[in-house]
Ligand binder design. Structure first.
Ligand code: ZN
Length: 158
């Protein structure tokens, strides 16, 4: 069965190609994001319609069309569903996706760099009261069972 591989500085993710297509297709059905449809077409094209492996380096995607960047959400969704295997480069081990840890970051975590004073100034300037909820500030972090960070996404809350 062909494989879909995605490599970052921290880890290499390997999924059965069919799982990647299935997860992406169901996402397209649910949210109808046009870029996801383009990404699916791209995956089909680059695997000769699922006949051969695809390997993607995270760094290379920055130079590609914007819709290829949606791949991080595909990886996130695959990991959330416990699909595939992750190779943690720090421990040099393969870990089934079902064994990796997942952490949701709250809006405030993403703004750890802001001290209380800065936040208060921001609140004042933006005319906000109570807890600040910055859009797009939540996210998902995946860690190996030894706590090494493998992957993170910034999840837009819109
Ligand atoms: Zn590790």
């Amino acid at each position: 069965m062909p494989q879909f591989t995605y490599e970052t500085d921290e880890a290499t993710f390997t999924f059965p190609y069919q799982d990647a297509v299935d997860v992406l297709s169901s996402n397209i059905k649910e949210y109808q994001v046009e870029d996801d449809s383009m990404l699916l077409t791209w995956l089909l094209g680059n695997s000769s319609n699922g006949q051969q492996d695809i390997a993607i380096n995270a760094e290379a995607t920055f130079e590609m069309e914007d819709y290829v960047g949606r791949i991080v959400y595909l990886i996130r969704n695959l990991l959330i569903q416990g699909k595939g295997t992750v190779h943690c480069k720090q421990c040099d081990r393969n870990i089934p996706a079902s064994n990796i840890k997942k952490k949701q970051t709250t809006p405030f975590d993403a703004h750890d760099g802001l001290d209380k004073k800065t936040r208060n100034i921001l609140k004042k300037e933006l005319g906000l009261k109570g807890r600040i909820r910055f859009p797009a500030s939540g996210g998902t972090i995946f860690l190996c069972d030894k706590g090494h960070e493998l992957f993170r996404t910034k999840d837009w809350i819109t």
